[in-house]
Write a protein that binds this ligand. Structure first.
Ligand code: NAD
Length: 247
């Protein structure tokens, strides 16, 4: 563990009042949800179609049954719990240090950890609606339904997840850009920064930057702090330093 980088991040956090965390699938791997691009991630697993294809709007419309087969097996994790990274971010918000979590994740774990201001760029598996009448459904309704989940009105129930080929919600984009523009520290974590447009949101930021990612990212050159150990472990170490009382 890079002790010095952990200390530097703790120092930055001590002085921050509007820190923003921008994260992705790597934040939840320590909770047991695979990411896309790691060696054990979804992109390395064998499916008839690549995940980008299956998780696209066109595939949802044209191969709805196959979409839900993949979606239930690979995107829904009803028993997962927040890990040390989610919990630390919620704690930092509670202490008035962090102003927002911007996430590309769809697992709802930041809210489960207690974070209040969470910007979900790609939606959430916890929300679902009938494409015909708009009625809301729970994740459990998707899990329980055999084949294609349907509403009482006959319409297909669609997860409120942004599929490839769909637009990001306008309010999420606005809230994310606004939080980053006002940030006094940006922490990027658990993301390969390769899914656009989300990955581009941090590009115009010029303040102090920390990146916590197991593998290199396109923004590493710009970072003031770089940490490559597992993000849950790293945040646990940072929080322990923040809790140390000065001698
Ligand atoms: P990605 O799979 O492209 O990248 C994940 C990054 O996290 C990798 O660079 C990896 O090295 C790093 N990483 C993995 N585990 C880590 C750990 N414990 N500590 C530190 N770093 C770790 O993910 P992405 O950039 O978020 O883009 C993929 C897209 O897939 C996103 O849009 C996201 O919505 C979606 N997705 C979400 C979930 C989820 O909600 N949990 C899971 C899989 C994919």
């Amino acid at each position: 563990m890079s002790e010095q980088s952990i200390r530097r991040l703790a120092e930055y956090l001590k002085n921050a009042r509007r820190a923003v965390f921008f994260g992705g699938a790597g934040v939840s791997t320590e909770s047991g949800i695979p990411d896309f691009r790691s060696t054990d991630g979804l992109y390395r697993q064998q499916w008839r179609y690549p995940p980008e294809t299956i998780l696209s709007h066109d595939f949802f419309v044209e191969h709805t049954e196959e979409f839900f087969d993949f979606y239930r097996k690979k995107m829904l994790f009803p028993d997962v719990r927040p890990n040390a990274a989610h919990l630390a971010l919620a704690e930092l918000e509670g202490r008035g240090i962090l102003s927002a979590v911007i996430t590309q994740n769809i697992d709802g774990l930041h809210q489960a950890a207690g974070s209040k201001n969470v910007v979900e760029l790609h939606g959430s598996v916890l929300r679902n609606h009938c494409v015909r009448c708009g009625r809301a459904f729970q994740m459990q309704d998707i899990l329980n339904a055999p084949g294609v989940p349907r509403c009482g009105c006959g319409g297909v129930i669609k997860p409120d997840v942004v599929l490839y080929g769909e637009q990001l919600p306008a309010d999420a984009i606005e809230n994310a850009l606004d939080a980053i523009a006002r940030a006094d520290l940006l922490i990027i974590g658990g993301t390969s920064l390769s899914v656009y447009p989300a990955a581009g949101f941090a590009e115009s930021y010029t303040g102090p930057l920390a990146i916590l990612n197991r593998t290199p990212t396109p923004m590493d050159r710009r970072a003031d702090v770089l940490i490559s150990q597992p993000i849950g472990q790293a945040f646990a170490a940072v929080m322990a330093l923040l809790d140390e009382t000065p001698q």
